[in-house]
Design a protein around this ligand. Structure first.
Ligand code: FAD
Length: 437
């Protein structure tokens, strides 16, 4: 019987273990807890949810909802368990976290094809292996990965700027222009006058944030913490001086207003997230502001008064690999054949995305599954992990509509547009499952 070792009994590791055992594989699953705890986990259970108990929206007009619908079609075991442990949460799928973790733990323990080893693995075992040790991978395993892949291919922090829906931008105000007109006008620009700029800066400074202390406790187990300069939150830069931003990331030079040719007081740039330009990233706006505050404050940016947020900004401890540099098209490590990385460590972000990654990896191993359709969130998560990033580097990816290719015809009604994108995705997945497998 073919055998696979899985390191890490979290969301990705457990989904992969259950999928592979169902496909006839013998699975050796290694989980270091409870002997060694991470800074965030608290129990001895597998598949522990470290923070929120929410798997986010189930609505098909959200990226998270569509991802769950796709996973359901693919036969995700952890999603099925989550549904059986759900608690009332409106349009979201929230679970009783203890029941969820216990049910997954029991499903693994009662599975004759899975052997659970409660130990930390410091090396990758021989034979087929999946490394699913998560954002809080043990130091010893990080060192092993650094030796195998090169230290520069490992990231420890995740500084994310918000992403907004292109259709929610006011194009009467925002304009496309390359700085000094050098190259293509890829960026969109939001020009501030003096009053608008200082109102924005003051709001950033005063906005309600996650405290560094809170952050330390959650992610660093009380160890001292300092920001890297390149993932400094925008509100921290604003706090350093009212003009810091307009001399830095918001400098207006070379971005004169096309209508008048005048220099703005400050300019915030928007960078396209995909080739169809359906989603834009707020450049330099990585932040520790709370989500409602992000909505309020970033909507002060000229032209973004009605911005619809596809993803909020954040900064947190998150070990992940520079996966597109390291894997083949089937997500296998080039430096170590027969070895895959799954879950958050592979560069997906979120509970459901980690489950998705575990499922995809298991199907690649057991069914030699070819890449999922580009119209699906699953297909796009996979593509992000194998596509060479641009000069901004590789950033973790979560389910959102901005990942999906545009519809052939522009649809102005936002709700209808999302419904059409979802329907297209589910149709494509159905066809794939019918004809490919
Ligand atoms: C503090 C924190 C809060 C988060 N909150 C949310 C949230 O609210 N919502 C959300 O969607 N996402 C959240 N995430 C992101 C992410 O979705 C979760 O971390 C998710 O659990 C990742 O799944 P995973 O399977 O990749 O890793 P995990 O679920 O973390 O599983 C990895 C497992 O590997 C084990 N392990 C590590 N090293 C070794 C080793 N060397 N040998 C053996 N076992 C090892 C760990 O003990 C752990 O059980 C959060 C992340 C962090 C760090």
């Amino acid at each position: 019987m073919p055998e696979v070792s899985i390191i890490g009994g979290g969301l990705a590791g457990c989904e992969a273990a259950l999928q592979l055992s169902a496909a006839g594989y013998q699975v050796q699953l290694y989980e270091m807890r409870p002997q060694i705890q991470t800074p965030a986990h608290q129990s001895a259970c597998l598949a522990e949810l470290v923070c929120s108990n929410s798997f986010k929206s189930t609505r098909l007009d959200t990226g998270a909802g569509l991802l769950k619908a796709e996973l359901s079609m693919m036969g995700s075991r952890l999603l099925e368990i989550a549904l059986s442990c759900s608690v009332a949460a409106g349009h979201a799928l929230a679970v009783d976290r203890l029941l969820f973790a216990n049910t997954v733990t029991q499903a693994i323990a009662n599975n004759p094809k899975i052997t659970l080893h409660q130990e930390e693995l410091k090396e990758i075992p021989p034979g087929m292996a999946i490394i699913a040790t998560g954002p809080l991978t043990s130091d010893a395993m990080m060192l092993t990965l650094a030796d195998l892949l090169g230290e520069q291919q490992l990231f420890f922090f995740d500084a994310i700027a918000p992403i907004i829906d292109a259709d929610s931008i006011d194009y009467e105000v925002v304009y496309a222009k390359a700085r000094y007109d050098k190259g293509e006008p890829d960026y969109l620009n939001c020009a501030f006058n003096r009053e608008q700029y200082y109102e924005f800066v003051d709001a950033l400074v005063d906005g309600e944030k996650h405290s560094v202390h809170e952050f330390e406790n959650a992610f660093f187990n009380g160890q001292s913490f300092s920001f890297y300069e390149n993932c400094m939150p925008i509100e921290e830069l604003a706090r350093r001086g009212r003009d810091t931003l307009r001399h830095g990331v918001m400098r207006p030079m070379g971005l004169e207003l096309p209508a008048t040719g005048q220099k703005a007081f400050a300019v915030l740039q928007l960078r396209a997230e995909n080739s169809d330009r359906t989603a834009f990233n707020l450049v330099g706006c990585q932040t520790m502001l709370r989500y409602p505050e992000q909505k309020r404050i970033f909507r002060l940016i000229p032209g973004l008064g009605n911005a619809s947020f596809l993803r909020f900004g954040s900064i947190h401890r998150n070990a992940y690999l520079n996966t597109p540099h390291l894997v083949s098209d089937i997500l296998e490590l080039k430096a170590r054949p027969n070895t895959w990385v799954a879950g958050q460590l592979s560069g997906v972000e979120g509970y459901v995305e980690s489950i998705a990654s575990g499922l995809i990896t298991a199907r690649i191993i057991s069914q030699k599954m070819s890449i999922l359709p580009a119209e699906t969130i699953l297909g796009q998560l996979w593509r992000r992990l194998i596509t060479e990033p641009d000069k901004r580097g590789f950033q973790p990816v979560n389910a959102n509509f901005g990942l999906l290719p545009a519809l052939p015809d522009s649809v102005r009604d936002k709700k209808l547009k999302k419904e059409l994108l979802s329907q297209r995705s589910l149709d494509a997945l159905k066809t794939f499952l019918t004809f490919e497998h």
